[in-house]
Write a new protein. Structure first.
Length: 210
C-alpha cells in the first residue's frame, strides 16, 4: 500500500518534472533553473505543504484546465516574477498540453493526500488490495474492462469492515468538505473512465503503488 511518504515523493517528483519541462520550454529564462534548484532542496512533505498553502485553493480548477486559474496564480507574489500566464498563453499547443498533464497529475496527488488524512489505514489497504486484484484479472483477460462497476468494487471493499468503522470514516469525511469534494471528484472520474473505456487502472495504480 502506498504510504504517506511515497505519496509525498510521487508529488515531489511530478513537480520536479513540471519545472524541468518549463526550463526546457523557456531556456532563455534564468529564473526557472533557479526555481528548480531551490525546489529540489525541499523535503517532499514540505513541498506538498507549500503547494496546499499557496495553490491548494486552485487545485480543482487546474485539474479542469481552467486558464483563469493560471492567470490568477501568476499574480501571486510567490511566483509573480516567473510570468507564468504570459508564458503559458504564448506557448504552442504541445507545450500547453504537456504542462496541463503535469498539473493534472500534481493535483491528483494533492487530492489523494487529502483523502489519506481521512481514511483509516486498514480501509486504504483493502482498496489497494482490490485494485491490485482487479489489475491482475484485467491483465490476464479474465475480466472485461467494460463490465467493471466501481460501485460493486466499493461494496466489496466496504463489506470487509464493521458498520461502526464505515460510519466513523464517513462521519469524518462529512466534517471535511475538501475531502468530500475530492472523493466525489474521484468517483466521477472513475465512472467516466468506466463508461468510456474501462477503469483507468494505470492511473489508479500509479497513485496507490508508487
Amino acid at each position: 500500500m502506498a504510504t504517506k511518504e511515497s505519496l509525498n515523493q510521487a508529488f515531489f517528483d511530478m513537480c520536479v518534472q513540471l519545472l524541468e519541462a518549463s526550463v526546457a520550454a523557456w531556456p532563455e529564462d534564468a529564473l526557472l533553473p533557479l526555481a528548480l534548484s531551490q525546489f529540489r532542496l525541499l523535503n517532499p512533505s514540505r513541498a506538498l505543504e507549500l503547494f496546499e498553502t499557496y495553490f491548494g485553493s486552485y487545485a480543482s480548477r487546474l485539474a479542469q484546465k481552467d486558464l483563469n486559474a493560471i492567470e490568477e496564480i501568476s499574480k501571486l507574489e510567490v511566483v509573480g516574477p516567473l510570468n507564468i500566464y504570459e508564458k503559458f498563453t504564448s506557448s504552442n499547443a504541445n507545450t500547453q498540453g504537456t504542462l496541463w498533464a503535469y498539473l493534472g497529475h500534481i493535483c491528483k496527488f494533492s487530492s489523494m493526500d487529502k483523502l489519506y488524512k481521512h481514511i483509516p489505514g486498514n480501509i486504504l489497504a483493502s482498496v489497494t488490495e482490490a485494485a491490485e486484484s482487479l489489475k491482475l484479472q484485467l491483465d490476464n483477460g479474465s475480466v472485461d474492462p467494460s463490465n467493471v462497476n466501481p460501485f460493486d468494487l466499493g461494496k466489496q471493499v466496504m463489506a470487509k469492515f464493521s458498520t461502526t468503522e464505515v460510519e466513523t470514516m464517513m462521519n469524518d469525511l462529512m466534517k471535511n468538505q475538501d475531502a468530500m469534494n475530492v472523493m466525489m471528484s474521484q468517483l466521477s472520474t472513475m465512472m467516466q473512465d468506466s463508461n468510456n473505456s474501462g477503469l483507468d487502472l494505470s492511473s489508479i495504480m500509479k497513485l496507490m503503488n508508487q
